[in-house]
Design a protein around this ligand. Sequence first.
Ligand SMILES: Cc1cc2nc3c(=O)[nH]c(=O)nc-3n(C[C@H](O)[C@H](O)[C@H](O)COP(=O)(O)O)c2cc1C
Length: 187
Amino acid sequence: MAGVELNLSSPNTPSLRDLREPPAFAELAQRLSDAKDKPSYLKIPPYVDENEFKDTMLLVKKWEDLGFEGVTASNSMRIPDERMAIGTGGYSGPPLIEHTKAAVEKIRKSVDSSFEINAVGGISSPTDAAALLGMGATTVQLFTALVYQGPALVKSIITDPGVRQVIDARSSSTLSEPPPKATKKRG
Ligand SMILES: Cc1cc2nc3c(=O)[nH]c(=O)nc-3n(C[C@H](O)[C@H](O)[C@H](O)COP(=O)(O)O)c2cc1C
């Protein structure tokens, strides 16, 4: 096992939402931090408004402050639908792409550049992948598009010149950044 992902974002598991209450989340995250031995990621739900975004960012910042590696943004989007036995379902695929872009852009502004953002939600082309990597995603992940387009989509993304260009630009800017300043010792 290369890493761990904590999924508190399933749209169909109401009890998971209890764990997103700040005190419950703080306790869970602290316990995971104490037991951590692999890179660990928090999978967050999509937000529907600014208040939800603020609530989610409290969890993301806590996760970052505890030294975890990154977040996966985001899960499918909960929607009410009477045709479902439980009265709700979850959107996945292309309807999510604009949300995913906005989430990556906003999260990247609030976290350290070394904090990883794994973008997922509606990515269905090399253009989507390049856009998200350019907006600050560290990695991209596919689910629905893989079902509809098959594994050839992965090849088309990783061999796409636009994707390559974004990754190359990012590596060269990382290399050209000055090394971090030494922290002054007190006393
Ligand atoms: C049928 C189905 C099952 C899923 N099951 C899980 C799951 O068990 N755990 C999870 O974290 N996300 C699950 N997801 C969410 C996906 O991992 C992904 O976050 C979401 O579908 C958005 O990405 P996409 O637009 O590329 O599908 C599921 C999505 C679908 C469509």
